[in-house]
Design a binder for this molecule. Sequence first.
Ligand code: PHE
Length: 557
Amino acid sequence: MTDKLDLLDEKASGGVSRRGFLQAVGIGSSAGVMLGAMGAIGLAPTAAAQGHGPGGLAHKQDWRWSPPSRADFSAKGKKNDKRVVVIGAGPAGLCSAYELQKAGYKVTVLEARHRPGGRTLTMRPGDKETDLDGVTQVAQWDDGVYMNCGAGRVAQWMVTMEYYRELGVPYQVMTNASAEAYLYNEKRGSTPGNPTKYRTAKADFYGTVGELLTYAADQGALDAKLTEEDKVNLKSFLSALGSLKDGKYWDAPTHADRGYSQYPSAWNVEGVELPPTRPDMSQTLASRFGNYFEFENSWEQAMLMFQPIGGMDTTYQYFVRAIGEHNVFFNSPVTGVENTSDGVKVTYQDKHGRSYQLAADFAVVASPAHIARTFTNNWGADIDTGLGEFAKGAAVGKIGLQYASRWWETDHHIYGGITETDMDLQHIWYPSYGYGERKGLIIGYYNTGTAASTYGALSPKEREARAVEQGVKIHGEKYRTELEHSFSIAWHKVPHIQGAWAYPNLASPYFQKLQEGAGNVYFAGDWMSEISAWQHGAFWAARYAVQSLHEKAVATA
Ligand code: PHE
């Protein structure tokens, strides 16, 4: 699987963009598979337009969210007396239960863990987690400090925002990009290990590209593509992009957009540009810093982004309250989901290991696919194969580092945003909350793939030491000396979750089977969506599962 977060990866396997995805599918597959895949991502004509019958991936392109309603039952002279057991109190499970309950369904949510939210886990002062190895950590933060261990950002267009509004969840801007954050490559460039501000790298890369393209246009190298007027327009853009002087970047005497080590003040103190020695064109290209820029422009990651105030899983506390706390059972891992002659039978355990059974009309399985696969079930081989197409959840890790002071703000002018590196810590996140407070918490690593496995194999103290050793290279000694406490998560080691995310094979006929469900059992989760690893995907998968369930419930009422 392509590591979506490895930004230095050449993206050869194209896991990031829609186009990349199509290229990956297109290689060695038939036109039919390709068309199916195009349908799945919204580029192919709809089933109706193609004259296909109902069902199938293309058909789903016609779907719109039409929330289930009690009125659909009363129109048939019936009352909604249906019961649904929802497995999992993460985003998909709680959204399913919430939408069903609004339409009059009686819902029971069974959650294996001790708290709601799944992978949106927020560690607040005193919160405790024990991993699969039996290692327990307590988040000993000061009051008001928290760590989002999983989900950490929400884009403006995401359906998550609708639920914030509907439930009244307070939220604030999550700063996903900052001109003051750093880029740091120690394996590349002619001056490896030179932490560089985003704004500096941008000025140099835009300037380089601007100058080179202007040169190419002036040499006539683009004449096959451009008219004279096009060239004038292009050069106008490049001049603005690269802050060019007469088409030149590198020869210009000053480059204020690179930023300053000492900002201009007054009385002829003009400031000192950053860094004092400017790299040349080859050095700039060799740094590969430009490879990081796409991320903050991407369809999922572009600013503005948001976070609930007080931690990502706050949303799920609101969901639980809306659904009714008595309808959500914690510490209740499910062991079986079976269709019966008149509905479903769900088996779960309490914390003493005693087994219980719930009979209901329907079940929504909103646990990770690899966990669902372990349930005793009678949903058949196709569903099992479908679930099996999801690799066991990915290794992803994060560490929270609480500091005695907010030195990144005072010393580095970084008020949120992300530093990108080619070290195995990969990403460092600065907090987008707590401004003006004395202390604060940095995400000292957010890594995936081998890096996450490497960190995950270490003890919490060793993880901290490794993260600090790497972070010091960018930020200096305060990264070590101001540190007060850490908490780290290895998602593949979290009981009942065991992985960060998994991507569906959109073209797979088995994925289609999962969409149809098995008897009275439906499946939901970000992994069941076109946009896995996002709450948005979990919510949409929940909505569609609920919609299918409701269609069937009304039809058979
Ligand atoms: N949603 C996760 C995040 O924002 C994982 C992800 C990263 C998904 C990058 C797509 C792109 O960190």
